[in-house]
Design a protein around this ligand. Structure first.
Ligand SMILES: CC(C)(COP(=O)(O)OP(=O)(O)OC[C@H]1O[C@@H](n2cnc3c(N)ncnc32)[C@H](O)[C@@H]1OP(=O)(O)O)[C@@H](O)C(=O)NCCC(=O)NCCS
Length: 210
């Protein structure tokens, strides 16, 4: 499944096919907010790569190269299904337990919304070509077609590029949160939760049409 136009292709890694090295690399891209409890790049990639759930990834190719990824939670299942044993094997039983508990505390929130965008990334060399817009629109339509009417995500308050992108696609700010202590370890100390509801969009469209 997917769409293919002249210059790009949006797709999922089909069940039963081994992911390519490039697909694996982009799906285990280091996530800044995981760094404080998942260690550096080597530990993080190794951990994230243990239990990849390819159903929760949409990828975008430009020509032959995989240049972007959107991963998400749906029905409480996310892109990385990590358990305590994965952490204890990567680190040690004590440090692994501590890190696993933080991981659970951070990610449990992602399972509350109907659907939640976990990670969204376009490689720097392929930015400003509209590829993020294409991937996001495709995924939103896919969710809508599968009966999902609410999508949430978190974004650092200072990530103006990403906020501009989401607002352009109908997301609105649901709440803002300060992370006074954790913020010192993370790439930013204020987070916005954005939300998009297809019902709201349809209502807005009706008002505009009238
Ligand atoms: C945010 C990101 C995904 C945008 O990717 P992109 O392919 O360059 O985005 P697009 O070309 O599709 O641009 C779509 C819209 O995003 C916004 N946008 C993109 N680049 C922008 C920039 N440099 N400054 C301001 N707005 C920008 C604009 O609204 C733009 O619409 P426009 O072109 O009509 O003005 C990309 O910069 C990225 O991967 N950043 C790092 C990871 C990240 O921050 N992810 C989001 C975390 S929640």
């Amino acid at each position: 499944m997917g769409i293919e136009l002249d210059s790009f292709k949006i797709y999922q890694v089909p069940e039963g096919r081994q992911p390519t090295a490039e697909e694996f690399e982009i799906a285990t891209k280091v996530i800044g907010s995981f760094r404080p409890f998942m260690g550096g790049e080597v530990d993080q990639r190794s951990l994230l790569g243990k239990k990849l759930n390819w159903e929760r990834f949409f990828l975008i190719k430009k020509g032959e190269n995989v240049v972007g990824v959107l991963s998400f939670y749906l029905a409480k299942v996310g892109p990385y299904n990590l358990g305590y044993l994965d952490f204890s094997r990567q680190f040690n039983p004590v440090s692994g337990l501590f890190r696993f508990l933080i991981y659970r505390a951070v990610t449990i929130r992602f399972t509350y919304p109907e659907s939640y965008i976990s990670h969204f990334f376009i490689r720097p060399s392929a930015r400003k070509l509209g590829l993020a817009s294409q991937l996001l629109e495709y995924w939103l339509k896919y969710m809508h077609d599968h009966g999902i009417s609410h999508v949430d995500l978190d974004v650092y308050e200072k990530n103006f590029k990403a906020i501009g992108l989401y607002q352009k696609h109908g997301f609105r700010i649901k709440k803002a949160r300060k992370l006074p202590l954790l913020g010192r370890l993370l790439p930013g100390d204020s987070i916005l939760t954005l939300t998009k509801s297809s019902e709201t969009t349809e209502k807005q469209e009706r008002v505009i049409d009238e």
